[in-house]
Design a binder for this molecule. Structure first.
Ligand SMILES: [Zn+2]
Ligand SMILES: [Zn+2]
Length: 455
């Protein structure tokens, strides 16, 4: 069954005459990563369209998109409910034991007055995914009924902002790392909630992957279209146009600076501007010092207290021969944040110099995408602290408290994620663009899975 509001054939047109008909103007898109004005070809189910210049995926058409997203979102919500209803983890040592629910990973941090870290864990693992899934159900029900429900455009706008901050999958990795840490000192018991949490994290990934925002906005409002007269294969900014990052509509650059369809602020390209990224990077680098100099966890064992910094924790695991876990923490807590900060600094440097660099633009954009992708995985260590603090509190026998570095490190992760978001990848392409880069007009289509039917 296809959506009653949109078929891809409704948008079908010649991709070479952008301004020849109103139908063709509905197919115009601006690549978010290189600012090229393009026309979408007719796509079959399972196909995606990539930008021919930077290979950024513009759209990805799914079969029965609304029904699929709705089913996935409901299943994920059920798994989230189950994760909150059963015991999560338990540990026992010399007759003393402790079992925790998932929410205690947050409440234990509140006991130690780590309010900000507790809030960030609550938001990234539970609250934001809950909002996202509920919003998606609301939108999909309206689309399936053929009549979008109240406030659908406003709700659809929030999806874009919430997606990068959902970290249930990182939390699962944090749980696994914590378990390996605890197995060395005590017996660990996996509660039912642990298994449902794994399912919830996996299904949340599938659900967010199932959403084609371009299709969603066409389903909510298929009337809006790009202004006439756009030249395909040319930079949008040079034609006074810009693509909306939220709904994908091509807008003229106006003083109001808001999208005509979704009312989100537009971000037209006005030349290289790396100030915000550099300011956020500078703040992240400053916070990286206390994150590594102060202890991240304070362990009390048989009456003696032992604070440990991130690096000391890594060394301890190496000394005990637990090198795989040491390597995971070393990569997530040191290599990823440092590598990400250096990569972003280097990208800011090369786009400002606007000279031919030994590394090609495609390599630079891949480096940028990688920094955006890996940034959130540094939260593993923060989640490990939250789980260890909640699970291990048996008085003087053994207890773990969070150290001041936990907050500093959380701040580093958030600042570097914001720095990557603020970096404008269009500056990689606009600086020194060659003539051959401007000749492409139609996106490359490739099967995502085997095509079956037209949408
Ligand atoms: Zn592109
Ligand atoms: Zn928009």
């Amino acid at each position: 069954m296809t959506s009653p509001l949109l078929t891809d054939d409704m948008l079908a047109c010649s991709t070479e005459s952008a301004d020849s008909s109103s139908v063709s103007r509905r197919r115009l898109r601006v690549c978010h990563e290189c600012d090229l004005l393009l026309a979408l070809p007719v796509l079959k189910t399972g196909e995606k369209a990539d930008c021919p210049r930077c290979h950024h995926t513009l759209v990805r058409r799914q079969a029965n998109a609304a029904e699929r997203s709705l089913a996935l979102a409901i299943a994920t919500l059920i798994l989230l409910g189950l994760s909150l209803s059963f015991p999560f983890l338990g540990f026992s040592l010399q007759g003393l034991g402790n079992g925790i629910a998932l929410t205690e990973t947050v409440s234990s941090l509140v006991v130690f007055e780590q309010y900000l870290v507790a809030l960030i864990i609550l938001l990234t693992v539970l609250v934001l995914p809950l909002l996202y899934l509920s919003a998606l159900c609301w939108l999909c029900v309206g689309i399936i009924r053929g009549q979008p429900l109240a406030q659908s455009p406003l709700i659809a706008r929030t999806l874009n902002h919430v997606t990068p901050w959902m970290m249930a999958d990182v939390f699962v990795i944090g749980t696994l790392v914590s378990m390996i840490k605890i197995i060395g000192m005590a017996e660990v018991e996996l509660g039912l909630s642990f298994w449902t949490l794994c399912g919830y994290a996996l299904m949340l990934l599938f659900t967010s992957q199932s959403v084609d925002r371009d299709w969603l906005w066409q389903a909510l409002d298929s009337k809006s279209m790009a202004p006439a007269g756009g030249q395909l294969g040319q930079a949008a900014a040079a034609q006074g146009l810009t693509g909306c990052n939220t709904c994908g509509l091509v807008n003229p650059i106006t003083k109001a600076g808001r999208c005509e369809r979704c009312d989100e602020p537009l971000h037209p390209y006005h030349g290289v501007n790396t100030q915000t990224t550099l300011a956020l990077l500078g703040a992240a680098m400053l916070m990286f010092l206390p994150a590594n100099l102060y202890p991240i966890m304070i362990t009390t064992s048989l009456g003696s207290t032992e604070p440990a910094t991130i690096l000391q924790g890594v060394l301890m695991f190496f000394q005990h021969g637990d090198w795989p876990i040491a390597l995971v923490i070393l990569i997530a807590s040191i290599f990823v944040p440092v590598g990400k900060m250096l990569a972003l600094l280097w990208l800011c440097f090369v786009v400002q110099r606007q000279q031919q660099q030994p590394m090609g633009r495609l390599t630079r954009i891949r480096l940028y995408r990688m920094t955006e992708f890996i940034g959130r995985w540094s939260m593993v260590d923060v989640f490990v602290v939250a789980i260890m603090v909640a699970l291990i509190h048996s008085g003087d026998l053994i207890s773990i408290a969070p150290g001041p570095a936990a907050l500093a490190f959380t701040t580093v992760v958030i600042l570097t994620m914001l720095a990557a978001m603020m970096f404008d990848p269009r500056s990689i392409w606009q600086a020194n663009a060659s003539h051959s880069d401007s000749l492409v007009t139609t996106p490359i289509t490739s099967p995502d899975s085997s095509p079956k039917e037209h949408l």
